[in-house]
Design a protein around this ligand. Structure first.
Ligand code: MD6
Ligand code: FE
Length: 204
């Protein structure tokens, strides 16, 4: 597969997964899950989202962007949990901390269309993702829309890194295998993506 794409099934054991679920619950009490809207149409996403870190990724009619506060509550996002920062340091070796942990929650029937992660200034930094709960069918292609794609099943505990040439790869979630995991009592899937947003060594 593509250079810079790393898929690490079983990277997090059950204990580590349970600890992360606890952290996510805490984040969601401070910064509740909400449904972002598509740029232009304002159609709601099937995925619910929230964030941790100094910058959160949001989307509404006026477009995609990073901002320091929750679009519904107006409150700052809670900090990124330490175990996630440790994961970022050991797997990316990037010389700066991530600024955003986007939390995606997929209920039954939720999906995510093919997209590139391109709202970050620091494209030299990889994006690291963690899958928790029900398995997902992840589709990944090349840097151009319409290119050849392949499907990979992401089970709970899988860590995925998009770096190097794969940083700009198109990717998405075709479907969730609802009920395939018992990690989340109500089912569904949580995906966490850690991103560096601003360039660490250049002032704006
Ligand atoms: C998901 N993941 O797994 C959606 N983006 O639910 C992403 O959009 C993603 O897994 C950038 C890097 C890794 C990812
Ligand atoms: Fe993405």
């Amino acid at each position: 597969m593509m250079n810079g794409l790393r898929i690490l099934p079983g990277y997090l054991d059950l204990t580590a997964q349970q600890a992360l679920v606890k952290e996510i619950r805490r984040i969601a009490t401070v910064a509740p899950l909400y449904r972002p809207r598509m740029q232009g149409s304002g159609r709601p996403f099937s995925v619910q989202m929230t964030n941790a870190g100094p910058l959160g990724w949001v989307s509404d009619e006026s477009g995609y962007r990073y901002q320091p506060h929750h679009p519904v509550t107006g409150q700052p996002w809670p900090p990124i949990p330490e175990p996630l920062l440790a994961l970022w340091r050991s797997l990316t070796r990037y010389p700066a901390e991530p600024e955003c942990c986007l939390v995606n929650y997929y209920g039954q029937g939720a999906r995510m269309g093919l997209h590139q992660d391109r709202d970050e200034e620091a494209r030299d930094a990889p994006v690291l993702s963690v899958s928790l709960g029900d398995s997902a069918v992840f589709r990944v292609g090349g840097p151009e829309r319409g290119g050849k794609t392949t499907s990979v099943k992401l089970d709970s505990g899988t860590v995925l890194v998009l770096g190097g040439a794969a940083r700009m790869a198109f990717h998405g979630i075709d479907r969730i295998l609802f009920g395939s995991s018992r990690l989340l009592p109500k089912g569904g899937r949580i995906n966490l993506t850690l991103r560096r947003v601003t360039h660490p060594f250049l002032a704006d």
